[in-house]
Write a protein that binds this ligand. Structure first.
Ligand SMILES: Cc1cc2nc3c(=O)[nH]c(=O)nc-3n(C[C@H](O)[C@H](O)[C@H](O)COP(=O)(O)OP(=O)(O)OC[C@H]3O[C@@H](n4cnc5c(N)ncnc54)[C@H](O)[C@@H]3O)c2cc1C
Length: 493
């Protein structure tokens, strides 16, 4: 019998993961990518000796990556070299008020104790719970396809879910352990990766604190894109055929079955199974006949999207001081910025922002004596994105960065590229120009997320940061594996 043909749409972490798992299991896989290079939101670009990662920069949960490669009999070291960062990152609370977060747990505890007597001991209990959540969450919950509530009804899991405070907010949970504002902000920071503030994220996700504090912040030498490079190599080693500059215009469906994809060029590629790793909304609303859509526009409009972002990729012609590899500028209160993202969408008056300087760790990402500087402001999706606004916010955050770190930066910027909503839309067909997909709120968790399977088309599946398990690199890797398991369960190779 000939192998079943799978077309995977999109070469982000999720698409690459799904394609490779299926190819390993004897499906014939073609991966179709609209852009000229792989990685989706984790692409990179070069400019005169600067190498810019375009999206993710935090490498957390190294065990998830190890697990990924181990599944194919490989190790992370077969593809890239990791370095643990120390300090993990710096939190800037104000001028001369900066915390370097130590990688060592005992030093971390001592730092907390110094801010709030007793907090070091509290951390032990907080982390013990977070570890338990991490183990159950990452090794069990997120591996579920979440297609039926019955997946979650085993007595052990129900007990586990109660223990995991699934219904309490992260904000309340953190305040049960700590009282000092600085510690609260530090402990609430990791869940921002999940696309909402701590008030609206279930306390299950203190597992992110375990990832942060216990498992550490790592960096793949050469940049985050090295992970994509490794995944592409692995995919090709398993026979995945990758087509770049190939945009899918339609998934052709006949009698409730996806039969082929039609590219913008007019070329048609036959398929027994289609796995869509492009943004879910784009696939559901633009690539299939509306009668097969899983969800209405109204449904999509009501989803809480994770933020979009305004990004700057900067080449600086000197070394920078008083900055670490990762720097969180929390020198303004989170409340009004969060309001501008989630409640009353607008450009924030005083944005918090993130600055990354990977050239501090890695001399290969900037020319000698120079610095690679990446700036990110989280923003509400769907804002009007103009050149004037980008420039206005460049000046706002640069003024603060220069003042707080005590140096002139703007006059040393020799390369500058900005990136925001309209780029996310044109490069990735991102719904409302989102950067990180769908927020992991309680009402958008597990079976309440957009389903990984089309309800009317028996061989059309979805993967990626808008379906289970959620946004971020590790969940996207897992998403590809979960969807491929579903395909294998339902359609033999
Ligand atoms: C600025 C930024 C910073 C981030 N920081 C972090 C971080 O530090 N750590 C972390 O863990 N996560 C981070 N994330 C989130 C993480 O990058 C994403 O969750 C993850 O990369 C999403 O992968 P994906 O495969 O779901 O989607 P994508 O990467 O978007 O892949 C989808 C692919 O589909 C392609 N496509 C779309 N439409 C079509 C079509 N019609 N035909 C063919 N191809 C199509 C797109 O071009 C794209 O390549 C960040 C994201 C951004 C944007």
């Amino acid at each position: 019998m000939s192998q079943k043909k799978v077309v995977v749409i999109g070469s982000g972490f999720a698409g690459l993961s799904a394609a490779t798992h299926l190819a390993k299991n004897n499906y014939s896989v073609t991966l179709i990518e609209k852009n000229e290079s792989p990685g989706g939101r984790a692409r990179k670009f070069n400019h005169q000796g600067f190498v810019f990662d375009m999206g993710p920069s935090w490498y957390w949960m190294p065990d998830v990556f190890e697990d990924y490669f181990a599944h194919f009999g490989k190790k992370v070291e077969d593809y890239y070299t990791l370095k643990r960062l120390d300090p993990s990152y710096a939190v800037v609370y104000g001028e001369e008020d900066v915390l370097d977060i130590p990688a060592d747990l005992n030093e971390f505890k001592a730092m907390l104790e110094n801010i709030e007597p007793g907090a070091g001991k509290q951390l032990d209990e907080f982390l013990a719970q977070a570890k338990y959540k991490y183990e159950v969450g990452i090794h069990d919950l997120v591996q579920k396809p979440s297609r039926s509530v019955f997946e979650f009804t085993s007595p052990k899991l129900l007990v586990d879910m109660v223990r995991m405070d699934i219904f309490q907010s992260m904000s309340k949970h953190v305040r049960k352990f700590f009282t000092h504002d600085k510690i609260i902000r530090l402990m609430e920071f990791p869940v921002l990766f999940l696309g909402e503030t701590a008030e609206n994220i279930p306390a299950l996700y203190s597992l992110m604190n375990y990832a942060d504090i216990a498992l550490g912040t790592w960096y793949p030498m050469g940049g985050m894109h090295e992970v994509i490079k490794g995944m592409v190599k692995l995919a090709e080693e398993h026979g995945v055929s990758i087509r770049y500059n190939a945009e899918v215009e339609e998934i052709e469906i006949e009698n409730g079955k996806a039969r082929r994809v039609r590219l913008i060029s007019g070329e048609k590629i036959e398929a027994d199974i289609v796995v869509a790793g492009a943004d879910y909304h784009h696939v559901d609303k633009h690539l299939i006949n509306p009668k097969y859509s899983n969800y209405s526009e109204e449904y999509w409009d009501k989803r809480v999207m994770a933020p979009s972002s305004l990004l700057f990729y900067l080449g600086v012609d000197k070394r920078l001081k008083n900055l670490k590899h990762h720097n969180l500028f929390f020198d303004e209160p989170l409340g009004p910025h969060a309001d501008a993202i989630y409640k009353n969408p607008r450009w924030p008056e005083k944005p918090l922002f993130y600055a990354s300087v990977p050239s501090i760790t890695d001399p290969t990402v900037a020319p000698k004596g120079m610095e690679n500087l990446f700036l990110l402001i989280p923003l509400a999706p769907d804002l009007e994105d103009t050149e004037e606004m980008r420039e206005k916010y460049y000046d706002i955050i640069m003024e603060r960065l220069e003042r707080i770190t005590g140096q002139d930066v703007r006059n040393h910027v020799i390369y500058k590229r900005s990136y925001a909503h309209s780029d996310f839309k044109s490069d990735y067909h991102a719904f409302k120009g989102n950067a990180y997909g769908l927020a992991n709120t309680l009402t958008q968790t597990a079976i309440l997320k957009p389903s990984l399977k089309n309800k009317k088309v028996s061989n059309l599946y979805y993967t990626g940061q808008l379906t289970v398990p959620g946004p971020g690199v590790p969940p996207s890797l897992i998403s590809g594996r979960v969807v491929s398991n579903e395909v294998m369960k339902e359609i033999n190779s």
